[in-house]
Ligand binder design. Structure first.
Ligand SMILES: C[S@@+](CC[C@H](N)C(=O)[O-])C[C@H]1O[C@@H](n2cnc3c(N)ncnc32)[C@H](O)[C@@H]1O
Length: 251
């Protein structure tokens, strides 16, 4: 179970009691979800019974990624839901290409004609577009070079385009003219706000924006995105997974 929030010394007690509560559901054969800072009891969790999704997930997930299954299920649903809109697919913050890999395989994106643009510095958060606190906490995770691995992972996919650079600066050099799906996953409110502002005029009605960290209190994404969205007459829906989902409904 991956949980955080209370002081470290209280977490042990929390996980212990939570484990005891979860055991009651287990013993009674009632479905539950406990991971990624989410506890949900007696729900369907239909995504976890989709065998094709599970196979794509298992192919791309790392050893600690199981708790992200609900988030990735939302992500592939959001991409699928954007198919009604004209345009390419964009991810700002691709890291090792885990989410994108699952989506490309599960949705067979390579058989279609949309290009999936995967943007990343491949070196962690950029100093100009993130807080010092976020960089101090997160950049150690991005210290081992991963660009080559991502290139290898997608080498056989014709419709994946890997773009190395700082968002938003790189967008003036490489960016699709129309975007049906925009995923914001840079753990940096400033960079995500700039990306949303840049792409918004390129997203047609019916296009979808998904923010991976919208509702998570450990990141500074919520204020940056929600305030901007109100300026264009839209609002993100905060999901239990911590993600924020927005459909463009009007220009
Ligand atoms: C949480 S990870 C993305 C996870 C990814 N979506 C996946 O499938 O696992 C955040 C990524 O954002 C990248 N990043 C942060 N700030 C950035 C910026 N301003 N421009 C480009 N990439 C950035 C980091 O290098 C890191 O790889």
């Amino acid at each position: 179970m991956s949980f955080y929030g209370p002081p470290v010394e209280a977490l042990g007690r929390f996980v212990h009691h939570l484990g005891a509560a979860i055991n009651i559901y287990k013993e009674n054969n009632i479905a539950y979800w406990a991971g990624d800072n989410v506890v949900a009891l007696a729900r369907r969790f239909s995504f976890s019974r989709d065998q094709r999704f599970r196979a794509a997930f298992a192919k791309h997930a790392g050893p600690d990624d199981d708790s992200k299954m609900w988030r990735v299920a939302t992500y592939r649903w959001a991409i699928r839901s954007a198919f009604g809109a004209h345009g390419d697919l964009v991810e700002c913050g691709a890291f090792k290409g885990f989410y994108a890999g699952v989506a490309v395989d599960y949705l067979e994106l390579d058989r279609g004609d949309r290009t999936f643009y995967l943007y990343d510095t491949f070196e962690g958060l950029d100093a100009e577009f993130s807080s010092e606190h976020a960089r101090d906490t997160l950049n150690p995770h991005y210290a081992t070079p991963f660009y080559e691995n991502v290139v290898r992972r997608f080498a056989s996919y014709r419709h994946v385009r890997i773009v190395k650079g700082v968002v938003p600066n790189i967008l003036s050099e490489v960016a699709p003219a129309a975007v049906a799906f925009l995923h914001l996953d840079m753990n940096a409110g400033h960079a995500e706000h700039e990306a949303l502002e840049f792409f918004w005029p390129r997203i047609p009605v019916g296009g979808v924006v998904l923010s991976d960290d919208f509702g998570r209190i450990e990141h500074d994404v919520y204020d940056a995105l929600s305030v901007w969205a109100t300026h264009v007459g839209h609002a993100f829906l905060e999901l239990p997974t911590g993600q924020g989902l927005l459909f463009k409904t009007h220009v």
